[in-house]
Design a protein around this ligand. Sequence first.
Ligand SMILES: Nc1nc2c(ncn2[C@@H]2O[C@H](COP(=O)(O)OP(=O)(O)OP(=O)(O)O)[C@@H](O)[C@H]2O)c(=O)[nH]1
Ligand SMILES: [Mg+2]
Length: 207
Amino acid sequence: MFILNWFWDVLAQLGLMHKNAKILFLGLDNAGKTAHPVAYAEERPARDLAAHSASKYAVTSNAHYFLLTGTIASEELAIGNIKFTTHDLGGHQQARRLWRDYFPEVDAIIFLVDSADFERFAESKAELDALLAIEQLNRVPFLILGNKIDAPGAVSEEELRHHLGLYQTTGKGKIPLNDIRPIEIFMCSVVQRQGYGEGFRWVSQYI
Ligand SMILES: Nc1nc2c(ncn2[C@@H]2O[C@H](COP(=O)(O)OP(=O)(O)OP(=O)(O)O)[C@@H](O)[C@H]2O)c(=O)[nH]1
Ligand SMILES: [Mg+2]
């Protein structure tokens, strides 16, 4: 298993269109950003990752590696001559203070929420609101992923919108925007590999 394993399909899609996309994965701890037990957080040889990506996407070029420093995992991935950096920042409280170090030049923020964790919706909302209020991010597209729809007790999109206060969002089609930050919510299950592709396609049009 690799960090952000689940996201590679979608990165590959984005990779055909965009260069040097810097995407931040944020959300509370346990939201599903890395979707694997943290226990294996050790550095992996670059060749593992290269082998993985090569087998899956016929990626052969340079710069396949990732770093783990404390709770911050960052991956660089090159598809052809297009380079991506993804940062999955840990979500526990101490790590959240580090989020803002990663804001400069970010192209999109993916904010994950555990849609089955009713008790933490308010905490998620507080973090999300704080992010949305940051001047530096006021043009950065926000993709909110309501994850774990497969889990017992997961709420519907409507309910999650309500709990997060996301009543006015961009819309899910190809919506042209002038000077307004794109923001939309999509429900997904990282574990079952469903739902997020639509979200990433949506956000990619604004990167
Ligand atoms: N049922 C279900 N469980 C999921 C899903 N995605 C992640 N999980 C589980 O949720 C737990 C936490 O996932 P992580 O990816 O480690 O959470 P994280 O957001 O990276 O958390 P931090 O690294 O602590 O910030 C794990 O046990 C995952 O297996 C999902 O779509 N459905
Ligand atoms: Mg994690």
